[in-house]
Design a protein around this ligand. Structure first.
Ligand SMILES: C[S@@+](CC[C@H](N)C(=O)[O-])C[C@H]1O[C@@H](n2cnc3c(N)ncnc32)[C@H](O)[C@@H]1O
Length: 290
């Protein structure tokens, strides 16, 4: 990887990628992708300002109708439960409280803002229930709320009444984002990953992530995904010839990411991005949609 991603671990002298690899924090690396195993906030704090886009899909924590149903909240000291010094885990994945998730995502967006190059966008997945609370919390980290993309999943999920057939992707920018296509719209129609093909419960379609990348990534650009899951974002980037950095806290998911990334790349990168059949994977014409 490039020296742009040189990393400083808090309190220690600056260290490079090879030091982190030796320390076991880099789980996987190839010419296109670097995957870190660990907590995203901790790892991002050591990163330099080097990303052309951030696309990420944090846990939605949307399951319970009532805060009291989000059992993870009890372990976060938000409900009067004591926080034992040794075994306290502030992040209890998909069932933390709304306040806990707001805290996490505001901090995350602050770090994203720092590591994003100027005039670039970050895209954060959420759902209809959580977006009302999360959007202002994230915007208060100093970014501009630019758009709400709707991901139309094609068919409705489980439930009754108006069954959920879409998810939302919030776009925040650092300055004025540069767009590379003129045919973009904020409704993205991509079928969900079929259950039989899923390697992660919340796996997002590679094609969906690629539609976003084709709009905002410059040639040879580098994208960050701090909540990588099964690695759909780094895989999507690699297939288009972009570089990617992913972070994932669960080792079993890091294994999945490494396997998916090692399975090959459809696009090859020469001086110009070209596909094996000779077509360019994305048009690098700047749109006038600022
Ligand atoms: C919604 S999933 C992402 C799924 C991914 N988009 C995919 O297509 O597979 C969120 C992921 O974030 C990871 N995660 C949760 N908290 C984290 C943290 N603090 N640092 C890094 N990863 C975290 C979870 O383990 C989970 O795999």
């Amino acid at each position: 990887m490039t020296t742009e991603l040189e990393t400083r671990v808090t309190g220690d002298p600056p260290v490079g990628i090879s030091d982190l690899l030796a320390a076991g924090r880099i789980y996987y690396e190839d010419a296109f992708a670097t995957i870190y195993h660990g907590d995203c906030l901790e790892i991002m704090r050591g990163m330099a300002n080097s990303f052309d886009a951030i696309i990420t899909d944090p846990p939605y924590c949307s399951g319970g109708y009532l805060e009291a149903q989000k059992t993870g909240a009890k372990a976060q000291g938000l409900r009067g439960a004591t926080v034992a010094a040794d075994d306290f885990t502030w992040f209890v994945n998909d069932n933390m409280s709304t306040q806990g998730l707001m805290w996490l995502l505001r901090n995350l967006v602050g770090e994203c803002r720092r590591v994003l190059k100027p005039n670039r966008s970050m895209f954060i997945f959420t759902d209809w229930r959580m977006m009302a609370a999360l959007t202002p919390a994230m915007e208060s980290a100093g970014v501009r709320y630019r758009n709400t993309l709707i991901w139309d999943k094609g068919n409705a999920g489980l439930g009754v009444g108006f069954k959920p057939a879409y998810e939302v992707i919030l776009e925040f920018s650092k300055g004025q984002t540069e767009y590379y296509r003129k045919d973009g719209q904020n409704l993205l129609r991509v079928p969900r990953v079929h259950a039989s093909e899923k390697e992660h419960g919340a796996q997002k379609p590679v094609k969906l992530l690629q539609q976003i990348m084709q709009q905002v990534m410059p040639p040879n650009g580098c994208v960050l995904d701090p909540f990588s899951g099964s690695g759909s974002t780094p895989l999507a980037a690699k297939e288009l010839g972009f570089r990617a950095v992913g972070i994932e806290c669960e080792e079993s998911h890091c294994e999945t990411i490494a396997r998916r990334l090692a399975q090959g790349v459809l696009w090859r990168q020469n001086d110009q991005l070209t596909r094996d059949d000779g077509q360019k994977p994305h048009a690098a014409t700047k749109g006038a949609t600022k």
